[in-house]
Ligand binder design. Structure first.
Ligand code: HEC
Length: 120
């Protein structure tokens, strides 16, 4: 009986300690870590960095301009940076930071921020 309990609690603590390692970063966490300094805490393009930037970051809450972008374009610009779509290179490439799956999740998160979808 006692041994069983020790075993169970060992298993439980193994799970608790390994869970953070296994957990996938969510798009919200990634956005809040990597994007807000330029795109702003609310995604509205008002990040801390903008004072010194010659090209201002996209307002991701802007329904009209974000609707005009296809999901593929958003994916490409995140993966390869602004230069990939003839936009400012001040938008950095994230292809070596995120997997394609994480980038797709970020695109979905952008659709939440703009309350829009491709084409309206
Ligand atoms: C160093 C500042 C900076 C950081 C950090 C940054 N961006 Fe940007 N981003 C920009 C700028 C500047 C533009 C506007 C480029 C232009 O309009 O020429 C931009 C544009 C974009 C666009 C293009 C929107 C459009 O007009 O089609 C997307 C999508 C985007 N950023 C997503 C992200 C995501 C997601 C992250 C975090 C993983 C991120 N950005 C981090 C500066 C940044």
């Amino acid at each position: 009986m006692r041994n069983n309990r020790v075993c169970l609690s060992l298993l439980a603590s193994l799970f608790v300690f390994s869970a953070p390692l296994l957990a996938k970063e969510s798009a919200t966490d990634n956005y809040n870590t990597y994007c807000v300094q330029c795109h702003g805490m609310q995604g509205n393009g008002m990040g801390l960095n903008i004072r010194d930037m010659s090209v201002q970051p996209r307002d991701h809450t802007d329904f009209k301009s974000m609707s005009a972008r296809s999901n593929e374009e958003l994916f490409k610009v995140i993966k390869e940076g602004g230069g990939a779509l003839s936009k400012s290179v001040l938008m950095p490439p994230w292809g070596s930071t995120f997997s394609d799956e994480e980038i797709n999740d970020l695109v979905k998160y952008l659709r939440v921020l703009c309350k829009c979808k491709q084409g309206g």
